[in-house]
Design a binder for this molecule. Sequence first.
Ligand SMILES: Nc1ncnc2c1ncn2[C@@H]1O[C@H](COP(=O)(O)OP(=O)(O)OP(=O)(O)O)[C@@H](O)[C@H]1O
Ligand SMILES: [Mg+2]
Length: 344
Amino acid sequence: MIELRGLTKHYGDTVAVDHLTFTVRPGIVTGFLGPNGAGKSTTMRMMLGLDNPTAGTVRIDGKHYRQLKNPLTYVGALLDAKAMHGGRSAANHLLCLAQSNGIPRARVAEVLDLVGLASVAGKRSKGFSLGMGQRLGIAAALLGNPRVLLFDEPVNGLDPEGIHWIRNLMKNLAAQGRTVFVSSHLMSEMALTAEHLVVIGRGRLLADTSMAEFIEQNSRSYVRVRSPERERLLTMLYREGMRVFAGEAGALEVDGVPAERLGELAAAERLVLHELSPQQASLEEAFMQLTAGVVEYHARNGGGPPPTVQGGGPVRSAVPQGAMSRGPAPDGWGTDRQWQRKRS
Ligand SMILES: Nc1ncnc2c1ncn2[C@@H]1O[C@H](COP(=O)(O)OP(=O)(O)OP(=O)(O)O)[C@@H](O)[C@H]1O
Ligand SMILES: [Mg+2]
């Protein structure tokens, strides 16, 4: 278990971490999310005693990292895969760590095998690719068979097989009752791996909740409907007082109505449908919705004018006036700004 109480870190005028209080529990994978510069790596460094908090505390199984005897046997971490002596071989790098932490020599070969680096055990790590370096970092984290594991962007540079492997590895480690805390910007991967989420923005806690609740609370569900007779479909939807958004490729997105009801209405009108599919927003959409106001580093879209529907004209003009604002918008969805952001 990792417990943070009021954890705060200032670098000069920059508040990197701002009064974070949360607990990372054993037995599940907890994802750690936040935009670039949110303070994730700083938080993880403080968990490992590599940075001193300005205020607050972190405890690992009740103790400060520096109170742990042979810390690698309590907590294993992958923070910066390049933070190793490049002149040493993979096996020697791990052997040095093992010897300074009272870990048996035989464990080195075990973890090298586990991460798929047994065949390059004697090679110097400075010649390793990004993904091989990540694997060696993961081997080091597992070396002491620790109860608590921290991974800062572990899938960075891994090939698809490696990503699949680490997903299962993290789930297995958690299933064995260990505490697994992992940061990543790969939302689709996080959605498959983590059961619980801690989300921060500008150093502050934004959410500490289960994956399912997070998606439900920070996104909308809707039904996507497509018809070759789009205008007739739109007329029907407005007549029924439904809230409609323009979707991709001529589709319409309808909020707050079950797909069954839409299907029945269309059948009654003898309206041909090419698609009628309930949609649940992805973790990525929920994350972007929650963190929209706390993203520090915005990039520009390189594209030109907004996309157009087939047959010409902007998407927006294909949807009658008032289409975006009918009824109250749930949690900010349905506003013009939101609609535009979604398309960009
Ligand atoms: N050693 C340092 N000295 C000064 N400022 C720092 C230092 N380390 C981090 N910061 C600042 O603290 C803030 C948080 O940085 P941090 O690296 O923890 O963010 P992050 O969430 O890990 O971002 P990313 O997703 O890009 O990895 C940033 O504004 C960063 O510039
Ligand atoms: Mg980071």
